[in-house]
Design a protein around this ligand. Structure first.
Ligand SMILES: Nc1ncnc2c1ncn2[C@@H]1O[C@H](COP(=O)(O)OP(=O)(O)OP(=O)(O)O)[C@@H](O)[C@H]1O
Ligand SMILES: [Mg+2]
Ligand SMILES: [Zn+2]
Length: 491
């Protein structure tokens, strides 16, 4: 019996776990058997691997071949195991040096013609391999950029199985150039603002001094924000400019964000590392699975709220969202991650976002209160779609009036640029960081309520109005924590 082993990586949520890919060639009925709880995609791997091996000019072993992916209990999904399976088979057949393959980690999907196609999630896979002590990974050429973000790992990027086999045999690479491999088109950019970020500036917003201040406080402390106001008063405009006030992500946060986008297949190939806080604005017609995350079987994909991790989730026209989507935001807002249960497996994705919600006060969307034809009960029902418990988690709630004509025309001195405000935000963050240097939280909004009260006591005079509101029932205990936390951002 001939036995060979190589390695691949399975993703569970955003963490990569090493998978041993073992091939054994024994006497018995010819055929390829895959074992190790593979999903449908993995059984399809059989046909792809066979075609790719033959198309690469290699001999297909006409013997009883068994390939096992272990540990068996680890959920494995996707087509990223093809390359490891093909190499293990060829090594077991004696076509490749055994020792050289055993320590390599290989990621990639095979095309029938032997091309190596890119796969989602290469960055978290390589991170996982590195953490498990692996030093060399083979990745599809189109994923080279993101794989190379991981320090202390040697990346071998290949475009075809033939090129990989030459490398493993220490032969010169094949003469014909590898076919260019197209990255699967990233899903349509859900954020209209991301591509336009360069041209957006807070100075475009005239008047709205209070809202501008609220944006600044939100940016400084990561506070959730709710903007209520008539159509055309600038809610969308303001929200889209929040990213321009945020400092660039630090390395750790950038890698976290990039890992999620990599799994979602939403990574721009030219810029592998996402260094800016993401801004995600899902439309209210988007499905719950698209927004929260989901999928079928074991193939779970992160939702928009995870793509907004370490950035901003903008829920425009909030009352228009249906199907309990708004209330599904509550749990991630509390824990900073989302847990998705599918086929008995629960998958966690990070989802620590700043929520910005915008709403009109009523469904008729009249520009002026006087023009509104809605009855009081219709108005109440409309806003009640944003539940109390959700609003309770929002630190900054603002009612906007339209900027006056005078403001729109002349209010230029008030119109500070994003650059000026971003500098103050950076300052505030630096101060918060210094204040919390020996604490495990990064911003005010992350401090749990009891800790907040214990570590940063507030004077009784300052507390008095809040306590009155608490007694009257117009403020909840969580609301009180929110107020205290926001107050810290002002310091
Ligand atoms: N304060 C302002 N300063 C400058 N322009 C403004 C301001 N408010 C509104 N505008 C202009 O009005 C347009 C509409 O603003 P925006 O889309 O942000 O309103 P909105 O509050 O989101 O309205 P809706 O409820 O209809 O979505 C903007 O594109 C901008 O041209
Ligand atoms: Mg709007
Ligand atoms: Zn109305």
């Amino acid at each position: 019996m001939a036995l060979a082993r190589t390695r691949a990586v399975a993703l569970v949520g955003v963490s990569g776990h090493l998978v041993d890919v073992e091939a054994a060639i024994t006497s018995g009925t010819p055929g390829l058997h895959l074992v190790g709880l593979p999903d449908t995609a993995l059984s399809e791997a059989r046909d792809r691997v066979r075609a790719a091996i033959m198309h690469s000019g290699e001999e297909w072993p006409v013997r009883h071949t068994t390939v096992a992916l272990g540990p068996a209990g680890l959920p494995k999904a996707g087509a990223g195991f093809d390359v490891a399976i093909a190499v293990a088979i060829l090594a077991a057949a004696g076509e490749l040096p055994l020792a050289d393959c055993a320590d390599l980690v290989m990621l990639g999907e095979l095309g029938l013609d032997g091309r190596i196609r890119p796969v989602p999630g290469v960055l978290p896979c390589v991170l996982g391999a590195a953490e498990a002590g692996c030093r060399t990974v083979v990745v599809p050429r189109a994923n080279q950029g993101e794989a190379e973000l991981v320090p202390d790992v040697k990346v071998i990027a290949v475009g075809s199985l033939r090129a990989l086999l030459c490398h493993l045999r220490h032969e010169p690479p094949p003469l014909e150039p590898d076919e260019p491999v197209e990255l699967p088109a990233p899903p349509k950019d859900r954020s209209s603002a991301r591509s336009r970020r360069g041209s957006l500036d807070l100075a475009d917003v005239r008047g709205q001094a209070e809202a501008r201040r609220a944006l600044e406080v939100s940016a400084a402390g990561g506070h959730h924000l709710f903007l209520l106001g008539p159509p055309g008063c600038g809610k969308t405009m303001l929200a889209e400019r929040l990213p321009t006030l945020l400092p660039p992500l630090d390395r750790r946060m950038a890698l976290e964000v990039t890992a999620v986008h990599s799994i979602a297949g939403a990574l721009p190939p030219d810029r592998p590392l996402i260094e800016h806080a993401p801004f995600q604005a899902p439309h209210h017609s988007a499905t719950k699975s698209a927004i929260i995350g989901g999928g079928s079987g074991r193939q779970v994909h992160p939702g928009v709220i995870s793509l907004a991790h370490n950035g901003i989730l903008f829920i425009d026209e909030a009352p228009e969202y249906t199907g309990g989507i708004l209330d599904s935001l509550r749990q991630p807002m509390e824990s900073g991650e989302v847990c998705i249960d599918r086929s008995g497996v629960s998958t966690r994705f990070p989802a620590m976002f700043t929520l910005v919600m915008a709403a009109n006060p009523c469904p008729c969307a009249a520009a002026k209160v006087l023009q509104c034809r809605c009855t009081p009960s219709v108005r109440a029902r409309y806003l009640a779609k944003i539940s109390g418990p959700l609003l309770d988690r929002v630190d900054l709630k603002l009612e906007l009036s339209p900027a006056t004509r005078a403001e729109l025309r002349y209010d230029l001195e008030n119109a500070e640029s994003s650059r000026t405000v971003a500098a103050r935000v950076q300052d505030a963050r630096d101060r918060a960081l210094a204040r919390m240097s020996d604490l495990p939280w990064r911003s005010n909004s992350e401090i749990p309520g009891p800790e907040l009260r214990r570590r940063f006591p507030v004077s009784p005079e300052a507390l008095a109005p809040l306590e009155r509101a608490l007694q009257e029932g117009s403020l909840s205990a969580r609301g009180m924590d929110r107020a205290l936390r926001t107050e810290r951002a002002e310091k």
